[in-house]
Design a protein around this ligand. Structure first.
Ligand code: MG
Length: 411
């Protein structure tokens, strides 16, 4: 079997609620890998800077290769190979865009940023394809499942009116009533009326007090057994991150996420040393970055994303690394239906899996552009099926309604 094309389709539509409340626009990039056997696979990328260019490059670079060589293909994308390079690796000008393939760095040798984001979507599609070819669910490609469903945690960010304590209570009560057992809020959006300087990475006592007040309402609404997490989005300086962590201690949070900028494991380790709340990090990390943070004693929960770490096999590799260090892994989830299902396959196949994030419960089309035999969520979980590959097909009508300008449906 040979890869005949790697295509993409950009979907576009409203995003209700989301980070900071309100309505915005959002795009998803669906990837399709076709083969000469007629079997194809589907994947998903985030619509970040450079991703679509990366997929176009990979289309021209990997045509003609064996789609079963998933790890070799991803490794070649991210780290290159030695001369004389794999058979079939192009060199020089390629395809209609006349892109120059540099043989010694085939094709990019840059394991972060747009390269790994594009590679992740292609890898997800290759796993779907391989599962279909072997007539087995993708979780069986990873050694089989430990459990029949993957727990999901909802990112609720904040209500539209953050000063309305009733809105916080309502949001919490709705989440509990809908069957979920864990949710997350965004500290940096919880008390924005108290922010005096958007640049200086500080949290005032007034801001911390409003955050504690609003999360206390949430805790009272959920009851004591519900898991609550908070995300700092890499925004704060060390002392203020410690101060907010200590202020939140009575609420029994599951984790405090990305308290300081993620370029430096030392600062995160300093926060962790004084934080009564476990520290979760890594939504944009590749495997080697997790090693740096674990070695520095900078985290309690590893938090990779299938769309940003290199795909399903890399996600499993990070989960195994966490397990070797007796740490749990939770999966950051900024994706739509396809990425969520892909991460769920890895979650059920990972011993130390805590849960999988989902952002878009208020925006049905993002969770509805693929169809499967069962609903996307049931009782706050993704229920796994025996369907081959990822077990999904595109909902062509939902896709048609949300095609970005200039895009067309896969034939
Ligand atoms: Mg986060």
């Amino acid at each position: 079997m040979k890869i005949t094309s790697i295509r993409m389709m950009r979907l576009w539509g409203p995003r209700n609620h989301g980070v900071g409340g309100g309505t915005a626009k959002i795009a998803r990039v669906v990837v399709r890998v076709d083969t000469d056997s007629g079997i194809y696979g589907l994947g998903e990328c985030d619509d970040f800077m450079g991703v679509r260019q990366g997929i176009a490059y990979l289309d021209e670079y990997f045509r003609g290769r064996d789609p079963f060589s998933i790890n070799a293909i991803v490794s070649e994308m991210l780290y290159g190979t030695q001369a004389p390079n794999p058979a079939g690796a192009p060199r020089g000008p390629m395809g209609k865009n006349n892109i120059n393939a540099v043989s010694m760095c085939s094709p990019t040798a840059t394991p972060w940023g747009p390269v790994v984001w594009a590679a992740s979507g292609v890898e997800i599609a290759l796993c779907d394809l391989l599962g279909k070819a072997l007539k087995t669910p993708a979780y069986n490609l990873l050694g089989g499942k430990f459990r029949d469903h993957a727990r999901v945690y909802l990112d609720r960010s904040s209500p539209d009116d953050i000063t309305d304590l009733g809105a916080w209570e309502k949001m919490a009560a709705e989440t509990v009533a809908s069957g979920f057992t864990q949710m997350k809020f965004d500290i940096d959006f919880m008390a924005t009326e108290c922010v005096q300087d958007v640049w200086n990475r500080s949290l005032s006592l007034r801001q911390i007090n409003r955050i504690v007040e609003r999360l206390t309402v949430v805790r009272q609404a959920t009851g004591p057994d519900f898991e609550i997490c908070v995300d700092c989005h890499m925004q704060y300086n060390i002392p203020d991150a410690i101060r907010v962590a200590q202020a939140l201690a009575p609420l029994q949070l599951l984790w405090l996420e990305d308290p300081t900028p993620i370029t430096n494991p030392d600062s995160c380790a300093q926060v962790r040393a004084k934080s009564p709340v476990p520290i979760c990090i890594g939504e944009m990390f590749i495997a080697e970055q997790f090693r740096l943070f674990v070695d520095a004693g900078a985290c309690d929960v590893l938090h990779p994303d299938v769309m940003f770490c290199g795909g399903m096999h890399e996600l499993r590799r990070i989960a195994d690394f966490a397990e070797l260090n007796h740490l749990p892994v939770a999966f950051h989830g900024n994706g739509g239906a396809l990425a969520t299902i892909a991460a769920a396959h890895v979650g059920v196949a990972s011993r130390n899996f805590l849960g999988l994030e989902y952002h878009f419960i208020e925006t049905p089309w993002i969770g509805g552009f693929v169809r499967r035999d069962v609903p996307l969520f049931r009782d706050g979980q993704v229920v796994m099926t025996d369907a081959p590959g990822l077990g999904v097909e595109l909902d062509r009508e939902v896709c048609r309604q949300h095609l970005a300008p200039g895009e067309s449906l896969f034939d």
